[in-house]
Design a protein around this ligand. Sequence first.
Ligand code: IVH
Length: 720
Amino acid sequence: MSKAAKVVASIAVDDLTQRQAKAEHKRLGEEIRHHDVLYHEKDAPEISDAAYDKLRVRLKAIEARFPELVDSDSPTQHVAPTPTTAFAKVRHTRPMLSLDNAFTDEELQAFIDRVRRVLERETDLKPDAEIALSCEAKIDGLSISLRYEDGEFVQGATRGDGTTGEDVTPNLMTIKDIPHKLKGRGVPKAFDVRGEVYMERKAFQEMNRRQEAAGEKVFANPRNAAAGSLRQLDSGITATRPLRFFAYAWGEAEPRAWKTHSEYLKLLKEWGFKTNPLTRLCRTPDEVRAFYREIGAERPSLPYDIDGVVYKVDRIDWQERLGFVSRAPRWAIAHKFPAEQARTRLNGINIQVGRTGALTPVAELEPVNVGGVMVARATLHNADEIERLDVRVGDMVTIQRAGDVIPQVLGYVPEERPKKTEKYRFPTKCPCPLKTEVKSEEGGVVRRCSGGLECPFQQVERLRYFVSRNCFDIEGLGGTHIENFFNDGLLKIPGDIFRLPERVDEIRKREGWGDLSVRNLVSAIEARRTISLDRFINALGIPLIGEATAKILAQEYGDADDWLAEMLKAARERKKHPEDVKKEKAATEVGESYGRLCNIEQIGVTTADAMCEFFSEGHNIEIIRDLRRQLTVEAVKRRVIAADAPLKDKIVVFTGELSTMTRDAAKARAEELGAKVTDSVSKKTSLVVVGENAGSKARKAAELGVQTLTEEEWVKLASC
Ligand code: IVH
């Protein structure tokens, strides 16, 4: 590389001039192509995967800043030669714990009292001695762990289940707040820095506007946007997202030179990390409460979302004495803020039609700022809720936003009700083009469009659901595209999605589509021609069958052909016995397949009946057959349980806090021993393991006479 090129290569993308960018773009393109040939054709790579990823990330970032440099030759315009299908798993050196919450002043006091009690018992703490707490704003983002070896960033992972996370190193490399090399003295040789990846509100709104303009996914809030951006398979995309990072904890740290948390925060800054300036060392409970109030008052004007304040015992030797219970430390707690509320005018009530025809009333509001986010719509849930609240168009209403929950209308302000308002009357005709009668569901609060499969609104919603994240997850085919394609006849049923690649010429002619976006769409569709059975089941949008039930069904039947054959059989059996199974007949008497379905733990007669109804419709079966002709549905790898497994066929429930292992580890161990682990206690439960502070499940087990074990007995039984 020439001297000049070397200089340009060391300049941050944000600081490149147009001319430098052009030269650097050319150089990177050539270099990547050179390494592609070495890797793919000669099987003789010269650089590590991480170094290669870095080149691609930089190239993408340059193209994001200077889009005019993108040309068809650029490596970014070809599918990455080694596409990552999923992230590799990373086991954390120390578990990533979560925090207990305090919602009230009493709960905060209980935390402080408990800390004092334990320390007085276990150390020489005097009754009136101070316990300093490091108090920090609680950022609403996602926590990650960064591994540094000899001061060099080598790997970064998401929290995952606390024990194992996902390797997102190339993506984290694109975040400018994360140093690649630590500076200063005293950096531990083997070191995990932990903290929060987040997005500032303003940057989030701008990003959403860009996404919307490009017909791409729009995120509900900064936290989702941060999580979605970090979990991109293409780190070039992450590089274009405005992600930030605050450091606030550690995992392994060998050798560790600091004795207090506040000392650690200072060191982090020296080493090159950003730490949250909203941090204070408080020495008395009054100081702690004052800090909480101050931060609460500042909250609406902060550039990022926070959802509370975290208090941590400052002295690390005390933290070690306090230890942790279950998966949360006893030396820290999150003091949460109440949900954010605001008042605004209700301009109208619209009815939305969902994929199952359920009608949801939506409040159209005078836009208002609720804790930094503009809210113009809020859910009113259903007709009964409007009746209960008696909100009327023209009212001043109170709305609430809490975390990522959809904003809700809480009620109206009586003193501000205009003179002439009318009680809201729920429409009797559906707003869909069919203008069908609205049916009230017997006993239920839901009202539905009676257009069923014919209703175009429902058809569009079903297609949207089909491509959504937990189903087929087809990127680049957003809600607006689905609607437009549907209206123009390109899409009617799910199988049509997989015929879109044959219609690229038509799509390319449409407004907003170019060569690149069409190519990306086609590769996103092709990538989903193979799908797991649970996603396949979930995507069908069968009433009452969501992600969790789809997983259970996939586990039980294992393979798409078996599942389909069994469902068709169950539906036929059910048809022959139209009487109410709950009262008249036991499910197993109706038929073998129907009985099997009803007897799956966590599926009951109601869910089974919804399934049978779905499988009695010829149209639905046609949709599935059409998909099966075009897709490969992967069979589930089933756990093989030895015939002599000690807990074979046993149904086990864990309740309360376990102190020697995490709940997930206990569950995994039980499953290894052949058990099925469920969440609720019923007559079918074989065994309940009761930890500390257990509540209703332990009581229920006693009532039903189900065998219970203490944690100690469980450990002995499971020898773990
Ligand atoms: S400390 C063992 N400090 O809150 C201590 N967490 O509800 C682990 N969070 O998973 C966390 N700001 O994602 C800590 N200053 C802060 C934090 C913070 C935000 C998040 C973090 C954690 C969650 C726990």
